[in-house]
Design a protein around this ligand. Structure first.
Ligand code: PLP
Length: 438
């Protein structure tokens, strides 16, 4: 467990100032820069569940790099596997490698929808490839996505992730500079609305290329999918011969090695995985039905091009093989699920005992507290209106006491195999004080 941060963060402040002079916003992404809402911070090392700043301040880490770290930071076996792999070089870029085959075989064994698999380096690449495969299969251009689902930064999908209330139901581009034709071809519907799915497929069936969703939209905390919604999605897309794409970038190897598809018993046509697949090393994959994936694998003059200099790089694959084996052998997901339940129950009691308007959401190793809203959310609309300022205050108070998570109120806490009951006790004890002061 960590001690409370005591330094006055001198080096962090200096480094963030230098970062702002050379890096837009002083961090690699806008979301990372949001950490500065609770004070300048530059991190230098991490081990297990602990994240340490350049000033030597230690935090229990609930951010875990936006979720990839499922086994804990600096995991000995994963890092050792990577070291062994890179002793033989990092990249060959021709033919295949035994490691590539071994990780592909594991994904085919574990994920119900996966018969063939292609590796890449990030979730955004995986969703990009999946959509290209779906477009090639159907000859159509439009895709359907759901409000509140994030599938990466590219123009096909960075639409209506966090639309403002007055833009619900529209195609809302999340970034300046997006191609209007891409946005035009991205249809949006509310999550958990089977009628909207059926209607979109009826109306656009002839030009629909695919339907993509996070089976549990964690980009807005946690929306649990209802059975009828998943069944309608599966039936409507199967009837129209439109690929159903599960973006399991978070759910894939964080919640279960069989993915949400294994958990909910609904098999998509294409699946994207990343994040916890490699415990933080950059490795991702698109997998799915043999006929869909086999559109790629040609000679680059026919079929679908799936390409990437770093795809199948050895450190990423070595990390994936070791991470997947550890997840399977050590029953990691059962342990982090139990722990997640302890945090959720503890936080829920704190809110109700103190009469604080809010709710605790989550699934397995993920949880979040959302202030100013009650009842379990079913769709993005139910997340609108949460009290952003109060969450930021909560994040600042918890950070002062040694617990780090992003102050972004729509995101989530993650747990790893390195977190234990002592972390839960300390978090909940400190949450009493912080909630009492809000
Ligand atoms: N899909 C989901 C569900 C995600 O959460 C993310 C990233 O947060 C992505 C796709 C994009 O992955 P990456 O950031 O690796 O490109």
């Amino acid at each position: 467990m960590t001690s409370e941060p005591t330094s006055d963060a001198m080096r962090s402040r200096e480094i963030v100032e230098r970062a702002r002079a050379v890096i837009p916003g002083g961090a690699q992404t806008g979301l990372r820069a949001q950490a500065y809402d609770t004070g300048d911070v530059a991190f230098e090392s991490a081990d297990g569940a602990t994240l340490t700043t350049v000033d030597g301040d230690e935090y229990t880490d609930y951010h875990l790099g936006f979720g990839p770290i499922i086994l804990g930071h600096a995991h000995d076996a994963v890092d050792e596997a990577v070291r062994r792999a890179i002793d033989g070089g990092v990249l060959y870029g021709a033919g295949t490698t035994p490691l590539e085959v071994e990780v592909a075989e594991r994904l085919v064994d574990l994920l119900p929808s996966v018969e063939r698999v292609n590796f890449c380096n990030s979730g955004s690449e995986a969703t990009y490839h999946a959509i290209r495969l779906a477009r090639a299969h159907t000859g159509n251009e439009k895709i359907l996505k759901f409000e509140g689902c994030y599938h990466g930064w590219h123009d096909y999908v960075d639409v209506s992730v966090y639309p403002p209330e007055e833009r619900l139901g529209e195609r809302y581009p999340e970034s300046d500079g997006m191609l209007s034709a891409a946005v035009e071809n991205t249809l949006v519907a509310p999550f958990n609305d089977p009628e909207a799915v059926a209607e979109t497929v009826r109306e656009h069936g002839d030009d629909l290329a695919g339907v993509i969703l996070e089976p549990i939209p964690h980009s807005v905390g946690c929306l649990l999918p209802e059975e009828e919604f998943l069944e309608t999605l599966r039936e409507a897309t199967r009837d129209a011969d439109v690929p159903l794409i599960f973006d399991e970038v978070i759910t894939g190897f964080r919640h279960s090695t069989r993915g949400a598809q294994g958990e909910f018993g609904v098999t998509p046509d294409l699946t994207c995985v990343a994040k916890a697949l490699g415990n933080g090393y950059p490795v991702a994959a698109v997998g799915g039905r043999e006929d869909l994936l086999s559109q790629a694998g040609g000679d680059n003059e026919t079929g679908v091009v799936i390409s990437g200099t770093y795809s199948g790089n050895l450190p990423g694959l070595a990390a994936a093989r070791e991470t997947v084996d550890t997840l399977v052998d050590a029953n990691v997901q059962d342990r982090v699920t139990d722990l997640g339940e302890a945090y959720r129950a503890g936080l829920g009691d704190l809110l109700s005992d103190r009469g604080i308007e809010g709710r605790v959401v989550g699934h397995r190793s993920i949880f979040s507290v959302q202030f100013g809203v009650t009842g379990q959310p079913r769709s993005y609309e139910d997340v609108l209106g949460l009290d952003e300022a109060k969450f930021r205050e909560f994040a600042a108070g918890m950070r002062e006491r040694g617990h780090f998570f992003t102050p972004n109120p729509y995101k989530r806490h993650h747990l790893s195999f390195a977190h234990g009951e002592e972390h839960a006790e300390s978090y909940l004890d400190d949450a009493v004080a912080v909630l009492g002061s809000l």
